[in-house]
Design a binder for this molecule. Structure first.
Ligand SMILES: Cc1ncc(COP(=O)(O)O)c(C=O)c1O
Length: 355
């Protein structure tokens, strides 16, 4: 008998990362920060490397304190993970499984589908409206089998946000045995006050996820966090590997969270480049969503035009993200990179549109 993986694993496809064309230079394909981490985070990481003979603090005590202070939340409600991806995986595995449905939205971050598939749960998508999450469509798609509703706000790859009031309406309308996960990986780019969403966690049926990979420029350190009610956290922690956030990553994360002015400056600089890029593309006739993230979604007249643009950019060593995996074959997603790269990308796209 040949060796076989578990049937539900064999049936799932591997999570597709961007195609970098074989080089490891920065790209506009992974929504990494255009700016390096805070200098104090770099210094703290360098210092902590010397303590790598010791296992890291498995309770992330210093980081939870720093996050609690910066975001005005209870340290006891915080779980940290090796990126928010780890927390997404473990949360879905804890609350869904064979026979359960995980309900996302048409353009919700694709990793959620993968995290659902590995548990044997079905992943179902509620349609978005005009590239934004529709609470009405989510509520219409809930079935007795729904165990988790997963909403990215701001959305990836759309970049759009819905109002907090809509998420509160969603939570109120959902059954109490449905876990609502609000993935706010780009939350620092959203000007809405996050506290009303943080407050939902006390209900015991809602999780809010954040990451240091975007606004804090620490994608390579792999640090995410979330707010979990104690009863939810107890289940999720059973699935987390101990010591998964390294000593150096924890030290960097603490210093980064404590350097709020640097983070705010990164967000402002990113938003400035983003808005200029989007405005110039719109002036050239492109459709661009209203982004509250560190990337923009550009819509082309058709899939062939999007493909041609992707190729032309790649020819200039600018790698953006194709979105066939989301069914958005006529769109490309471009992370906000350094101004000089965005200017080059803009010139290529404007020239193409004139053809
Ligand atoms: C919506 C969303 N959630 C979560 C993540 C994962 O981030 P990380 O695991 O780096 O925290 C990403 C990364 O691109 C994302 O776009």
């Amino acid at each position: 008998m040949p060796l076989k993986a578990a049937a539900h694993i064999e049936a799932m496809s591997a999570f597709a990362l961007a195609n970098f064309g074989g080089h490891d230079r920065p790209t506009l394909a992974q929504n990494e920060s255009a700016f390096p981490p805070s200098p104090s985070a770099i210094a703290a990481g360098q210092d902590a490397i010397a303590r790598s003979n010791l296992y890291p603090d498995p309770d992330w005590t210093a980081l939870r304190q720093a996050i609690a202070q910066a975001y005005g939340v209870e340290p006891d409600l915080i779980l940290c993970g090796a990126g928010s991806m780890e927390l997404i995986s473990c949360t879905i595995a804890a609350f869904a499984g064979p026979g359960a449905e995980v309900l996302g939205t048409s353009y919700a971050y694709n990793f959620v589908a993968s995290a659902a598939a590995r548990t044997g749960a079905a992943y179902v998508k509620a349609a978005e409206q005009d590239f934004a999450v529709s609470v009405d469509n989510i509520l219409a798609a809930v079935t007795p089998a729904t165990r988790i509703v997963f909403v990215c706000n701001p959305g990836n790859p759309t970049g759009t946000v819905i109002r907090n009031a809509e998420l509160l309406r969603l939570r109120t309308a959902l059954r109490g045995d449905v876990l609502l996960v609000i993935d706010a990986a780009y939350g620092e780019f959203d000007d809405q006050d996050p506290r009303p969403l943080f407050a939902l966690v006390a209900r015991g049926d809602t999780v809010v996820l954040r990451t240091l990979s975007k606004a804090y420029g620490l994608a390579g350190a792999r640090v995410g966090w979330g707010l979990f009610a104690p009863s939810v956290a107890a289940e999720v922690r059973k699935l987390q590997n101990s010591n998964q956030v390294t000593t150096a990553s924890l030290a960097m994360a603490v210093a980064a969270v404590e350097d709020e002015p640097y983070m705010r400056q990164t967000v402002a600089r990113t938003a400035r480049i983003r808005d200029g890029f989007a405005q110039d593309l719109r002036a050239a006739g492109y459709e661009v969503t209203e982004s509250r993230t560190n990337f923009v979604l550009v819509r082309f007249p058709d899939a062939a035009a999007a493909e041609a643009a992707e190729r032309a950019l790649r020819g200039a060593d600018i790698i953006v993200r194709s979105l066939g995996g989301y069914g958005l074959t006529d769109c490309l997603r471009a992370t906000v990179g350094p101004q000089e790269i965005m200017d080059r990308a803009l010139r290529i796209l404007i020239d193409m549109h004139g053809e």
